[in-house]
Design a protein around this ligand. Structure first.
Ligand SMILES: [Zn+2]
Length: 57
């Protein structure tokens, strides 16, 4: 089991597109649970990557 995973990780996530940590922002207050990207550009960028890897799977 990996150590160091804290339950108190709610206010920080790692962007699935650029792999950088980002912190909670007010604009995400409503759906922070579902936020995966640090920015809109990452979200758009990741769509392309996702599409590619989807085909490659
Ligand atoms: Zn990002």
């Amino acid at each position: 089991m990996p150590k160091g995973i804290k339950k108190k990780n709610l206010s920080q996530k790692t962007c699935v597109s650029c792999n950088r940590p980002f912190t909670w922002r007010k604009k995400w207050a409503r759906d922070w649970e579902h936020v995966k990207y640090c920015s809109d550009s990452c979200r758009k960028h990741n769509r392309l990557i996702h599409f590619k890897s989807y085909n490659g799977y």
